[in-house]
Design a protein around this ligand. Structure first.
Ligand code: GLT
Ligand code: MN
Ligand code: MN
Length: 389
């Protein structure tokens, strides 16, 4: 894979916490030695990534002094320059410290809620120093194990209050961030609020600054909820709310696996890439995943290269699908047009309603005339994915 060149037009990014993941899990500690942010930047430079994203504490330890912070920032900026890396996105760690054991913005404790907002304000400053323009909110601890412990309606109100406050901070400080909310149904909490991307899409119009806010859907998270990720992304795209995306993979019905993009459900990955490319998604393609626990750092590089390469291969296959004469012919046949009827149903009017009611539409005739060779179309698609077409 050594000759592979990632194309910067795709804006492939990784988090410090992804390639730097030392391979710990709930049942065993780290298996890779921890490497520094500068070493991670060097690794990403070597594999040809476009950029790197971070949580405040991936870069600056939570208890660092101001002087330590500034030194870390300088060292990391130098490493980014050396490796030609950008920082398109930043975020806050509102889940690791014990203080967040019962949530951050939705904590039952007003002091903890204030601390979470304060921590985010500082983390936004940090991200802005690196030119980040997308700010992700993943509420990993915003949830419950038992609904006896927190009022779920209050949780929504508290979350909204925090975001409205931070939007004002964004405006006042002229950071120019777009906020991107990331849903997850569970893990680490028994139940996490805003369980799926659609939950955030319904929250956004109720915020004070809806134009500033969009979503950051993650493949694995929607698959954990048993959902079709492509449809969630389509909903976000259609509302012009896809501000960022977390690419990885996940077997359905399992724990949060964060596998390499395309490694578990290739067909879903194909339709996802096709959707993003067909609709001209222009944001970063962020890989929020990590290498297998068995890997060493050489293999972590293969993981990173493989993530980008799979995306590019699937983009090529999506273009092949779009150019395939037989597939396009089938699409033409199955999409039956009728200009006169479409004119009637496009916009309601009393006259159109009357005309529509008078149309002699017979269900049995419609059914018999409806030619849908979907097995054929799907098999042609599979043959493109399998590389024989
Ligand atoms: C954490 C989580 C991810 C989120 C990150 C952003 S942190 O690794 O599992 O899905 O995107 O906070
Ligand atoms: Mn995940
Ligand atoms: Mn994620």
């Amino acid at each position: 894979m050594a000759a592979f060149k990632p194309d910067p037009k795709y804006k492939f990014t990784f988090g410090l916490w992804t390639v730097g993941n030392p391979g710990g899990d709930p049942f065993g500690g780290p298996v890779r030695e921890k490497i520094s942010p500068v070493e991670i930047a060097n690794l990403l430079g070597e594999v040809g990534a476009y950029g790197v994203n971070f949580h405040d504490n991936d870069l600056v330890p939570i208890d660092a002094t101001a002087a330590e912070r500034d030194q870390i920032v300088r060292d990391f900026q130098k490493a980014l320059r050396n490796n030609g890396l950008k920082v398109p996105m930043a975020t806050t760690n509102l889940f690791s410290a014990p203080v967040f054991k019962d949530g951050a913005f939705t904590s039952n404790n007003a002091k903890v809620r204030a601390y979470a907002i304060q921590k985010t304000m500082r983390a936004m400053e940090l991200g802005a120093e690196f030119g980040a323009k997308i700010y992700v909110f993943w509420g990993g601890r915003e949830g419950v194990e038992s609904d006896a412990t927190k009022n779920p309606v209050d949780a929504i109100k508290r979350f909204r209050e925090a975001i409205d406050f931070l939007c004002e901070w964004n405006i006042q400080q002229k950071f120019g961030y777009k906020f991107a909310f990331e849903a997850k149904p569970n893990e680490p909490r028994g139940h996490i609020y805003f369980a799926v991307t659609g939950s955030y899409l319904s929250l956004i119009p109720t915020l004070k600054y809806p134009d500033m806010c969009g979503v950051n859907p993650e493949v694995a998270h929607e698959h954990m909820a048993g959902l079709n990720f492509v449809h969630q992304v389509a909903a976000a795209l259609e509302q012009k709310k896809l501000f960022h995306i977390d690419l990885n993979d996940q077997e359905f019905g399992r724990y949060d696996q964060d596998f390499r993009f395309g490694s578990a459900n290739l067909k879903h990955a194909f339709f996802l890439v096709k959707l993003l490319e067909d609709y001209g998604y222009n944001g970063p393609r962020h890989f929020d995943s990590h290498a297998y626990r068995q890997s060493d750092y050489e293999d972590v590089k293969e993981f990173a290269r493989g993530s980008m390469r799979t995306y590019q291969l699937l983009a090529e296959k999506a273009a092949r699908w779009n150019a395939d004469k037989e597939i396009q012919g089938l699409l033409k046949e199955i999409n039956v047009e009728d200009a006169a009827l479409e004119k009637l149903t496009k916009k309601f009017s009393a006259a159109n309603a009357k005309k529509l009611l008078a149309e002699p539409l017979n269900h049995d005739e419609l059914h018999k005339a409806n030619y849908l060779p979907y097995e054929k179309l799907d098999q042609l698609t599979m043959e493109i994915i399998m590389g024989v077409r």
